[in-house]
Design a protein around this ligand. Structure first.
Ligand SMILES: C[S@@+](CC[C@H](N)C(=O)[O-])C[C@H]1O[C@@H](n2cnc3c(N)ncnc32)[C@H](O)[C@@H]1O
Length: 290
């Protein structure tokens, strides 16, 4: 019997001409703030060749027409998905959740009990593990927080990951290694629909969260602000100028002393002029207005 031919990914890649790369990079930057430097050309070629073939198109020129054509919205989101990752996990960067639990939530719980509106935003929430970790932390601090005006907004640009977030079904492995002490046993249970190897989060947890599609580089559709914002491992894809714009938008939505949590490889510098000061590892606090 013949051995199956091993096809290396680059052998199946379609030709990506400079003109195609430049046009795709321009769209990705204009629509999503993505920074595709020339060094990313091979990555773009490899990730998008698969997509172009799956669509039954012959080459990148046809793909560019699709990206600028009448159905561009849908395909541009696919483009973003292909070029970025949705990797996330429960209680990722655990020190953020410890900080939330020990230093931030106690005050927010008191204020929520007095009737104040309290909002936390998980911006770029991917498949939901981040907002569920926030909700689990909040419930741990006050099991009755659902009776107050406390809400978490969880948004992402990608509707596919948001559907997964809303379904709240995860594989057992996805919670492996997470210390049990971080949640109440009743908040995490096996999928009641009987599928083994899957768990879900309780309605107590889910009811704290509202989901929605938001592109962080568009005009943000909020009238009220947020007490705390999580935007972790999202701005890493943006160029410097776009990052600065996003940090400033967040700062404008925070009250004095409000907190912003960002990803482990992201930083906000003084020169970003975002009215935010360092308040721990990848944690920032909104400065007092002068
Ligand atoms: C690596 S995941 C981070 C998930 C989670 N915040 C965490 O740290 O575990 C990055 C997410 O950012 C989203 N994203 C990328 N560009 C975005 C944009 N312009 N607006 C909103 N979300 C975006 C992606 O769809 C993806 O789900």
């Amino acid at each position: 019997m013949n051995e199956p031919t091993v096809i290396r990914p680059h052998e199946t890649d379609l030709e990506l001409r400079q003109v195609d790369f430049d046009a795709i990079a321009e769209i990705a930057h204009r629509e999503f703030g993505l920074s595709l430097s020339p060094s990313k050309r091979q990555l773009v070629q490899s990730r998008l060749s698969r997509r172009v073939r799956a669509l039954g198109l012959a080459n990148f020129a046809d793909y560019r027409s699709l990206l600028e054509g009448p159905n561009r919205g849908t395909e541009q989101t696919e483009l973003l998905s292909a070029l970025t990752t949705n990797v996330t996990k429960f209680f990722r960067e655990i020190h953020h959740f410890e900080r939330l639990r020990d230093d931030i939530m106690p005050d927010l719980v008191l204020r929520a009990r007095k009737g104040e509106r309290i909002r936390i935003w998980s911006a770029g929430c991917s498949s939901g593990q981040e907002p569920y970790s926030i909700a689990l932390t909040a419930l741990k601090c006050d099991p009755n927080i659902g009776a107050t005006d406390f809400k978490i907004l969880a948004t992402d640009i990608d509707p596919a990951v948001l559907s997964k977030a809303q379904a709240a079904l995860y594989r057992d492995e996805e919670i492996e290694g997470v210390p049990q002490s971080l949640f109440r046993p009743q908040d995490i249970s096996h999928n009641p629909d009987g599928k083994s190897g899957e768990f879900t989060v309780s309605s107590d947890v889910r009811s704290l969260i509202t989901f929605g599609v938001i592109n962080l580089i568009s005009k943000l559709p909020f009238s009220g602000g947020f007490n705390v914002i999580f935007c972790r491992n999202v701005a890493i894809y943006f160029d410097r100028r776009t990052q600065q714009e996003v940090w400033r938008k967040f700062a404008n939505l925070l009250p004095e002393g409000g907190s912003l949590f960002i990803g482990h490889s992201e930083r906000i510098n003084k020169s970003d002029n975002a009215d935010l000061e360092t308040d721990g590892i990848t944690i920032y606090r909104k400065l007092n207005a002068i």
